[in-house]
Every structure is written in structure tokens, then in C-alpha cells.
Design a protein around this ligand. Structure first.
Ligand code: FES
Length: 151
């Protein structure tokens, strides 16, 4: 890893289902487990709510990586929300490849509310993967700064 990669602090967004990943993050926090502060958690009623445009919009607005974290397969409270989310993340990965970006900048995570330690492990591994990739060229294209200026 180069010095630039070592000092790079990525902006990472995690769209988290409130029934599982969001609760797992809470559990991790309650258990004093730590995960990278570069993760910005966005709570959702279900990952089925996350669509392709929202994921790409987060990237356009400065996210170097976007994770969608939903319930374990077969346990979505809205039956197929997490299945649809996985399909959308796959679509985003395809689109990223088509425009010449690394598809690893998008990731689907499946987790239960009781998996606080695994949540920490998953998001930490995602942040490390994004650090390896470096800043997303997409966030720079829109003129966004890395200080989080929103329009
Ligand atoms: Fe958790 Fe649908 S309710 S992913």
C-alpha cells in the first residue's frame, strides 16, 4: 500500500436496513466495538428501498464506496426487499464497470440484528477495500470537494 493510500480516508456510505444492519451497528456501538468513522450510515426501512439511482447519486456526491446492508436471505420483513437490493447492487456494479470504474465500489452485505461483530468486520473490510482502490474519480467529476459540500 502506498503512502497516499495509507493516508486516504474514504467517504463510504452504508444504506442500512433498520431491522438488521442498523440494529447490528447499534449492537456493535453498545458493545463498544469500533468501526471506521468514514462510514456514514443511512437508515432505511428495508434495503428494498435502495435503488440504482440513489446508490449512484451517493457516489456522484462524493462517496468513494457504497454498501447496502440488508437482512439475511429469506428474512427480509418485506419478503424480497433484500433480494431486490442485491439485484440493484449487481446492476450498479455492472454500470461501474461499463464506465471504467471498479465494481468493488459497491457491495451488498447481508446480516442480522444480532451480528454486531460481523457488522464491524464487514464494514471495516469494505473500507479497507475502498482504501486500496483510492478516491473515486466519479466524485471529482462533479466538482464536489472531499469536505462534504452538498447542493
Ligand atoms: Fe431488512 Fe428488508 S427488512 S432488508
Amino acid at each position: 500500500m502506498s503512502t497516499e493510500q495509507e493516508t486516504f480516508e474514504p467517504n463510504v456510505v452504508a444504506f442500512c436496513c433498520r431491522h438488521c444492519a442498523y440494529s447490528a451497528a447499534d449492537l456493535a456501538g453498545g458493545g463498544r466495538m469500533t468501526y471506521p468513522s468514514s462510514i456514514k450510515i443511512v437508515e432505511m426501512p428495508c434495503t428494498g428501498r435502495a435503488n440504482v439511482l440513489e446508490i449512484l447519486h451517493a457516489m456522484e456526491k462524493g462517496a468513494d464506496g457504497v454498501a447496502v446492508a440488508g437482512c439475511l436471505p429469506g428474512t427480509c420483513h418485506y419478503i424480497k426487499g433484500n433480494t431486490h437490493a442485491r439485484q440493484r447492487v449487481d446492476q450498479v456494479m455492472e454500470l461501474l464497470k461499463k464506465i471504467g470504474l471498479e465494481d468493488q465500489r459497491a457491495r451488498m452485505i447481508n446480516i442480522s440484528a444480532a451480528m454486531g461483530a460481523q457488522f464491524v468486520e464487514e464494514v471495516t473490510s469494505f473500507v479497507e477495500a475502498i482504501k486500496e482502490l483510492g478516491p473515486s474519480p466519479l466524485s471529482g467529476e462533479t466538482g464536489n470537494t472531499r469536505t462534504g459540500t452538498e447542493s
